[in-house]
Each structure stands twice: as C-alpha cells, then as structure tokens.
Design a protein. Structure first.
Length: 288
C-alpha cells in the first residue's frame, strides 16, 4: 500500500478517535499499519466474513481510501450489507472515490455530523453455467459488478466469437477481442477507454461495447437494465477470460454466461457539491 494512502488512513483514524467514533479495520489494512509501526488499532475483521457491526453496533458507513480500484474491492467486500460507502481519493481520476484529501477534515466532520446524502448505484450479476446448463457458483467468487463484466480473449492473437442474446433473442455474434458489459457507473471505466458511451449514474441501462470488433459497423448498444443477457463464447483456444470489476477468471468455452441486474444496490455517500457532471468537467478536462 502506498505511503500516502497509509498517511491518510492514520489521519482518518486519529480524527475518528478524537470524535469518539468506533472504527473497524480490514485485516489487510491492520497488518499493513502494524508493519509501518502505527501504535494503535481499532477492532478488525478478517475479510472472509462481511462486516455487519462494530462493538455490537450496526455500521453506519464505510470508508474506502485509495482509488476507484480500492472502492470496487470495498464494495465487493461489503456486498449486500446495506452499508453506505464514502470513497477518499488517493489515486488519479477517482469517479467513485470522489473526495479529495485536501478537503478531508471538512468532509469527515460532515460525515460524523450526518450531513450527507445517499445515492444508490445498480450492479450487474454474473451466473456461469456448464455445458449441461448447471449453475457453477464455485467458479466466480464475487459475481456482482458495480462497473463492468468483461469477456476477454485468452491468447495474444486469439479473436473471440461471442454469441449474445437479449431476453432470449439473438442480438449479434461479436467477432472481436472481447465484449464489455457495463453499468452506468462503469461507463467512465473500461467502457470509456474503448470508446463506449457515457451514462449518468442514475440512468437505467446496460451498455454493451465490443473490444476491437472485426466489423466497423458494430457499435456499442444500450439496453434497459431489467433485460437479461446470455453469452456463448467460441475461440481457437478452449478457454477465455471473464473479468468482474477487474477480478479475472479463466473459463472453458463449454461454459456460458448469464448476466442480469443484481438484487441489491451499492450505496454511495455524497457530501458537498460533488456531482457526476462536475467530475466530467474536472477529470476529463472538458472545456479546456
């Protein structure tokens, strides 16, 4: 972990201690602080069990200190526990981790005082089925994606054929290096880097953006987020990669994929005048 991130964590812990706020640390963070010689530790959780309470009380909010990758890891760890997350940005762009460290004390004070709003973000859920149509929950440990589910080629020169059905009807067989299925939240992530459209987070849609499609007429498509997607992948190799918010797994081409909206949302803490439109102007340099 970066020294700057650890310094911000220590600052947050000191602030919360001074305010009399009980704090729960992940085991990984606790160990990292121990290695760096930080003198005192709140209670920790082991990362295998999702947190529900601290010192016998329900958790009011979670803090994710780092970049958007750290935020995605935090969201996966919290899962459906209904705990709002505030992202403190120690990285670069930070569309999820919006709070800048120079504003931290003021933001933390507003957080402790309850001066914040909650914004709900929808997720996608991935189900993997074997050749007999049997669900294989053992293959994907964290199947829900706040940003995107990406189907990727395994070999360097290998092109995939991705047969894609929407609500049971054939949409297209993508001949490409892969396919990104993104949420509105994830529209500014992998989807943006491959030329996909931007959506405001409150939009109700799923984005399908091919990666280096063989045909120039194949463009990104947005479908309603209550539609269901099914994919079968064929390849010169016998396997392909599937990535759920960056958590990658190799699958056999015998396996098929089913994607639909998850049955819970991630709750983001919103403080101050941060907004998606402001982030677009500032982080994509619009107007400069």
């Amino acid at each position: 972990m970066k020294s700057r991130t650890l310094q911000e964590v220590q600052h947050i812990l000191q602030f919360m201690t001074d305010k009399g706020v009980n704090v729960l640390l992940s085991q990984e963070l606790r160990q990292e602080l121990n290695l760096r010689g930080y003198p005192g530790f709140p209670e920790n959780w082991d990362g295998e069990k999702q947190p529900e309470n601290v010192y016998g009380e329900p958790i009011d909010f979670a803090l994710s200190v780092g970049g958007d990758g750290t935020f995605l890891t935090s969201a996966a760890a919290i899962g459906n526990k209904n705990i709002p997350i505030l992202g403190v940005n120690c990285g670069h762009l930070g569309f999820l981790a919006e709070v800048q460290t120079q504003d931290l004390d003021d933001i933390l004070k507003q957080l402790v005082d309850g001066q914040y709003a909650i914004e709900q973000r929808r997720l996608l859920s991935l189900t993997v089925l074997d050749k007999d149509g049997i669900v294989r929950d053992d293959l994907i440990m964290s199947p829900n994606a706040l940003n995107e589910i990406a189907i990727l080629k395994q070999g360097l020169t290998n092109m995939l054929s991705i047969e894609t059905k929407v609500n049971g009807e054939l949409l297209h067989t993508y001949h490409s290096d892969g396919l990104v299925i993104a949420t509105p939240t994830g529209s500014t992530a992998y989807n943006l880097s491959i030329g996909g459209p931007l959506l405001v987070p409150q939009s109700r849609g799923i984005i399908l953006t091919p990666i280096a499609p063989h045909s120039l007429t194949v463009k990104p498509l947005i479908v309603p987020d209550d539609w269901k997607l099914d994919m079968r992948v064929s390849s010169r190799y016998d396997s392909y990669m599937v990535s759920v918010d960056g958590r990658s797994q190799s699958l056999s081409t015998d396996m098929s994929l089913h994607i639909e909206q998850a049955d819970y949302t991630v709750k983001l803490v919103q403080i101050g005048d941060n907004s998606f439109l402001k982030s677009l102007r500032a982080k994509l340099n619009w107007g400069k």
